[in-house]
Design a protein around this ligand. Structure first.
Ligand SMILES: [Cu+2]
Length: 145
């Protein structure tokens, strides 16, 4: 192989490497929403495992069952429960991130009529770098049943 051909092969090989280093396959399990009466916001919960070799950052969520779906964290400040917006949550390789009552949760604002106990709705979790995964969430009642 002469030098010019070798250079062309190297350029092609480099071009095939994706621009983003994000690889992380993720596993999402146990997704559910707590539907409340009167169109109140629904909390969403799930467990995410990062199976990939690189860290990932959860940056957002969306669902056709919610006008807006936000990442929130519940905290107790001076004895008062409150919620704050979360911009991004880093998950290192092999780590599990839990969204559960009292901590991180999805907040579904203005749920659509699909959000009723017994139904299944879909949630797309968005990650830094533009990757996303869409998973089913079971809709439960106010008691979480
Ligand atoms: Cu909230």
């Amino acid at each position: 192989m002469n030098r010019r051909i070798l250079e062309a092969v190297l350029i092609l090989a480099l071009a095939a490497v994706p621009a983003s280093a994000f690889a992380g396959p993720v596993t999402v399990s146990g997704g559910w929403f707590r539907a409340l009466p009167a169109n109140l916001p629904s909390g969403g919960y799930f467990t995410l495992l990062n199976n990939g070799p690189t860290e990932i950052a959860l940056t957002g969520a969306a669902s056709p069952a919610c006008e807006t779906l936000m990442l929130h964290e519940s905290e107790t400040m001076n004895g008062m429960a409150q919620m704050t917006d979360v911009k991004s949550i880093l998950v290192v390789p092999g780590a599990t991130l839990k969204f559960a009552p009292g901590g991180y949760h999805l907040m579904c604002m203005h749920p659509t009529p699909e959000m009723k106990p017994g139904a299944t709705v879909f949630v797309t979790l968005q990650f830094l770098g533009g990757k996303a995964v869409t998973v089913p969430f079971a809709v439960k009642n106010a008691k979480g049943q």
